[in-house]
Design a protein around this ligand. Structure first.
Ligand code: CA
Ligand code: CA
Length: 125
């Protein structure tokens, strides 16, 4: 049976995809720049980002290492190029570490004054 609110909204089908492990933090964003949100998780255990890209029909994943245990991943387009960057906030130091998509995820920024920002709440899958 379809929930009445779902039927009214036109949402009559659902999709479920397995992506991530227990303890991962969901960081959805458009990492490949095709205008559709990709499925991405940050794994605190190894600082890994596992991104299942929409441009491949969610059939191909990308792995990038960026962050440490205890970091808080944040979905953000810091360099304003339309692609989501790899961003972690490190509560232990109050510093943001931003690996920019505009550099091909090669160069990073650590803006100053980060100790005055609010710590984001991690989203979990
Ligand atoms: Ca995408
Ligand atoms: Ca970007």
């Amino acid at each position: 049976m379809v929930h009445p609110r779902v039927a009214l909204s036109g949402y009559q089908t659902a999709t479920a995809r397995g992506w991530g492990l227990n303890g991962d933090i969901a960081v959805p964003g458009d990492y490949d720049g095709d205008g559709t949100v990709d499925l991405a998780v940050f794994r605190p255990a190894n600082g890994g980002w596992y991104i299942l890209t929409s441009s491949t029909g969610f059939t191909t994943s990308t792995f990038r290492s960026w962050g440490l245990a205890g970091d808080v991943p944040v979905e953000m387009d810091f360099d304003a190029d339309g692609l989501t960057d790899l961003v972690v906030f490190r509560p232990a130091t109050g510093v943001w570490h931003i690996l920019k998509s505009s550099s091909g995820f090669v160069t990073f920024d650590t803006p100053h004054g980060a100790s005055r920002v609010t710590v984001p709440i991690p989203r979990r899958p």
